[in-house]
Each structure stands twice: as C-alpha cells, then as structure tokens.
Design a protein around this ligand. Structure first.
Ligand SMILES: Cc1cc2nc3c(=O)[nH]c(=O)nc-3n(C[C@H](O)[C@H](O)[C@H](O)COP(=O)(O)OP(=O)(O)OC[C@H]3O[C@@H](n4cnc5c(N)ncnc54)[C@H](O)[C@@H]3O)c2cc1C
Length: 475
C-alpha cells in the first residue's frame, strides 16, 4: 500500500462561515434529494435525522440542516436512532453506539443543539417527521440510500434531502469505479486541499420550544458517560468522540512517528491508530484526523497515514458506490474471476467449516490468534486482518464460500464491520485492487500470504502469545 501523496503541506486557510460560497458549493456536491415534495413552511422545525454521521463536527448534513433552519427561521431538531438491522448485531456493537449517543446527548446541551436519541425504536421517527418542514439525513457508505430513508421520503409529506459526510472528498467528485489506489490517487489529489479547508460549526439561530421537546417520544436510556464502566472489557473500544480523540492523540504521540515501520508489526498495538470503528460510525471526521496528523507528522509518515485513512478508505466507498454487487465474486477484476474458476477444483490441503473458523479452532496458532483478537475486542490489526482473510481463501471449500464467510465473520464481530472498507478489504483478499502474481495451487494468480512465512516477515510472536489465552469473549 504505497503512499506517494504529499499530504504534509498544511497551509491553514481561514474558517468558512456556514453561509459562504465554499459551503454552498460543498453542499451542492454532497446533497441528493430523496423526493420531490416541497418544504412545509407550516410545520414547526427542520429535522436532521442522524444515521451514520454520528457527530456534530464536520457533519455536512447537520450543516445543511442548520443553514436551512436559519433560512426558514425555524428551530432544528437532531433525531438520532439506530437501524434495527444495526442494533443487536452484537451487544458490543450496540454498546459502542449507545456510548457515542450518550456523549452526543451531553455535548448537545453545551453546543445549543436539540438532540434526541431514540435507540432502536424506529416508530418515533415517523412522529418526529410529521412535524418537520424539511428533513435532512445522512448518505450511507455502503447502501448510499438506506431502505428506511427511501421509505421515509415516500411518506414524509415534506422535502427529504440526503447529504454525504462519508469521506473527506465528496463521493460525487468521482464519476466511475476506480480500478485501484493507483488510479484514484491523482484524481483524489485534485480535491484534497480544497476538502481540507475548515468550516465553522455553530448551532442554528432559533432554539426549539420546550413544548415541542416535551411532546416528543421519550429518549432511549443511555449509559452514563462519566462512569468508568467496569463491566466492559478494557480491551474493547468505547464509543464517542472523546475516546476517538484520545486514541488519535495517543497515536500522534507514539505510533505516527514511525507509522510505515510499525504498521507492519501486528504485535505493536500502538503502531496504528485503531480508529476505524470511530470512522465507520462517523464519530470522528476524516478531516479532523488528517488535520491533526498533518500538524504532527514528518511528511513521509503523514503521507503513508493519509494514504490509508482517505485514499484506501474512499476507494472502498467508490467501490460500493459504483459496483452493483460489492459482496459477490462478480465484483472482482476479470483476471481474478478467471483464475478462481481455473483453480476451483484444486485440492485444498485443509478445509474448515465456518463454525470451526468462528471459534478459532484451526491448526494454526497465528490464525487462531487473529480470530481471537477479533472475538475479544471487535478489532484486528491491519496486517493480521490480511493474513486472516488470505488463510480463509485457502481453507474454505471455494472462493465464493471464502468471500461469504469473511463477510459473515467480519460483520458479525468487528466494530468497524458492515462498512465499505470491509467489502473492499475482504475483496482485496481475492485480488480486488491488486495485480496478478505467480500462479500457485488454489489461489491461482491471486497474491498469497503465508502464515508460516509471516513469522519471518513480521514480528508475530508476541501477538500470538497475547491472543492465545482462554479469555476470548464473543460479546
Ligand atoms: C479482510 C479485511 C477486512 C477488513 N474489514 C474492514 C472493516 O470491516 N472496516 C474497516 O474500516 N476496515 C476494514 N479493513 C481495512 C483495514 O484493515 C482496517 O481499516 C484497519 O485494520 C483499521 O485499523 P487502524 O484503524 O488501526 O488502521 P490505521 O492503519 O491506523 O489506518 C487509519 C484509518 O484508515 C482507514 N484504513 C486503513 N486501512 C484501510 C484499508 N485497507 N481500507 C480502507 N480503509 C482503511 C481506517 O479508517 C483506519 O482507521 C479490512 C481489511 C481486510 C484485509
């Protein structure tokens, strides 16, 4: 994953006010109408329905909702709920979302925003939508329009707009599916500096009347933000901007200085940012992460990090945006599909079932350690993740099974799962964004990564020791 991007040139322009031409241009690139309804000036407030951009900063949907609320001289209500498809994926996933919401609830008061967290009670949204002059919501990184947003738009009786805050650069800047980071990079760089320009974040001018808030369905119960939750495993990330910023700061002070070297060592827990779950849930913005890294890092380390944090991530978003089936073998390049077909009948040295893989019951101690890290923490080191996926390709009965099992395991257990970066990373294990390599049994021309060779290539001994214990939990 080479990084020829010079991202260190941190010229800091003036902050753009919300009404500025810069903000108007960004909003016009990022906004998609979801229906043809009109703004209902007879209704009480502008509704920002928060889905995937779970933050108040660098949030383009919230910015549009604020601008529109001021223009219409209405107050703004931020309504945050959890899609039932997301809720209950695992208790750990749910806890992460609620911790984030608890912090938003606390911060909203300080920031002068009317925020209501409705948990996974979707009927409240219909109620909140009925009072809205205009509804603004988030564009999603995988499905772009969620089924719920499309349903709401059909029945809301007012204008519904969807806004892209997914990446640093608007999704609409790219007109087709990019082949690899190599093809995306030059196009991306044309927009990079412009997208880094800072924008004012402020509350709307009018406050919402207490009578409107009192009439809303009650907020869902939230965990206390201040209490150290002693029941939670300390190795599992806690949701919310505060913890995201702590991780970012810890990484900037330690791992960032030699990111290129340390990222290759799975035993080095502090060698990468461990921010992907926060980015996945929109709890911290890519712009904030990149801006902090640019202030602190040497040019080469900065460029290497920025290449992962925005080029690879937004390549994944571009993939899901333009590829009609990002979770299927048909999403792979032609050479990869051909080699998979050519080697479909190759005898696998060993095969495992999905259940054996899920319970980390293979013959290989390193692989079992990767799976245990995932089960215990909901995360996995990036190098371990590549080894994990490549081994599944060689152990599943077919590449189609490997793809489906990787998606199942990743999305069931990873806090950053169910995301465009998951589809992209998993498909990378089958040749996506890559080139053909020397032909081998089973994997054909697809780049292979051997678990045995990993011991010589990366420092994995400590990693295996750390995750070989019996304390695995599947929360
Ligand atoms: C099999 C497999 C499955 C994966 N599943 C996911 C997933 O479900 N969700 C997910 O966010 N990433 C996924 N990745 C990509 C990558 O492994 C993770 O983003 C990374 O492990 C996160 O660790 P970190 O935050 O410490 O990364 P860092 O090295 O600190 O990178 C900084 C940020 O850049 C982004 N990033 C880094 N690498 C990639 C990449 N290759 N593709 C896209 N974005 C990247 C992440 O947002 C990350 O937080 C997967 C990769 C593979 C090989």
């Amino acid at each position: 994953m080479a990084a020829p991007l010079d991202a260190s040139n941190s010229r800091i322009p003036a902050v753009h006010p919300l009404g500025s031409p810069y903000v108007r241009d960004q909003l016009s690139m990022r906004t998609t109408p979801l229906n043809e309804e009109r703004v209902r000036v007879d209704r009480g407030y502008v509704l920002y329905w928060m889905q995937s951009a779970q933050r108040f900063e660098d949030n383009w949907a919230l910015r549009l909702a604020t601008v529109e609320a001021d223009r219409l001289n209405k107050p703004l209500l931020v309504w945050h709920d959890v899609d039932r498809g997301e809720a209950g994926v695992s208790p750990r996933f749910d806890a992460f979302l609620r911790e984030g919401a608890a912090e938003l609830s606390e911060r909203a008061v300080r920031l002068g925003l009317a925020y209501r967290f409705a948990g996974d009670a979707p009927q409240g949204l219909t109620w909140a939508a009925a009072g809205a002059a205009l509804i603004v919501t988030d564009q999603h990184a995988v499905t772009f329009t969620t089924t719920r947003a499309a349903t709401l738009a059909r029945g809301a009786g007012c204008r519904v707009l969807m806004v892209d805050s997914i990446g640093l650069v608007p999704v609409a800047c790219f007109a087709k599916e990019e082949y690899s980071p190599r093809t995306l990079r030059p196009r991306y760089l044309r927009h990079f500096e412009h997208a880094m320009e800072p924008v004012e974040d402020r509350p709307p001018k009018r406050t919402i009347p207490a009578s409107v808030l009192d009439a809303l369905p009650p907020a869902a119960p939230l965990p206390a933000t201040s209490a150290a939750n002693t029941e939670r495993d300390a190795r599992v990330a806690r949701g919310g901007l505060r913890c995201a910023r702590q991780r970012l700061q810890a990484f900037v002070s330690d791992g960032l200085g030699s990111y290129r070297l340390r990222r290759a060592n799975p035993s080095d827990e502090a060698g990468t940012s461990r921010l992907s779950a926060y980015v996945r849930h929109g709890m911290i913005s890519p712009r904030e992460i990149v801006a902090r890294v640019r202030e602190a890092a040497e040019p080469d380390e900065c460029a290497a990090f920025v290449d992962e944090a925005v080029i690879w991530r937004e390549l994944a978003v571009n993939f899901c945006r333009f590829n009609p089936s990002p979770g299927s073998i048909s999403a792979l390049p032609a050479w990869s599909q051909r080699t998979i077909a050519d080697h479909a009948d190759d005898v696998r040295e060993v095969t495992y079932t999905l259940g054996q893989l899920e319970s980390a019951s293979t013959h290989d101690a390193l692989w079992n350690a990767t799976q245990r890290e995932l089960l215990t923490t909901g995360a996995m080191h990036p190098v371990a993740r590549m080894l994990w996926g490549k081994a599944i390709v060689s152990w599943a009965p077919s590449c189609a099974d490997a793809l489906s099992w990787m998606l199942t395991l990743n999305d069931r257990h990873a806090l950053d799962g169910r995301d465009a970066a998951g589809f992209a990373g998993i498909q990378w294990c089958l040749g996506k964004f890559d080139r053909p390599f020397a032909e081998r049994p089973v994997s054909g021309l697809i780049r292979s990564m051997s678990l045995e060779r990993a011991h010589a290539k990366y420092d994995v001994a400590q990693y295996v020791a750390r995750w070989s214990g019996s304390e695995t939990t599947m929360a």
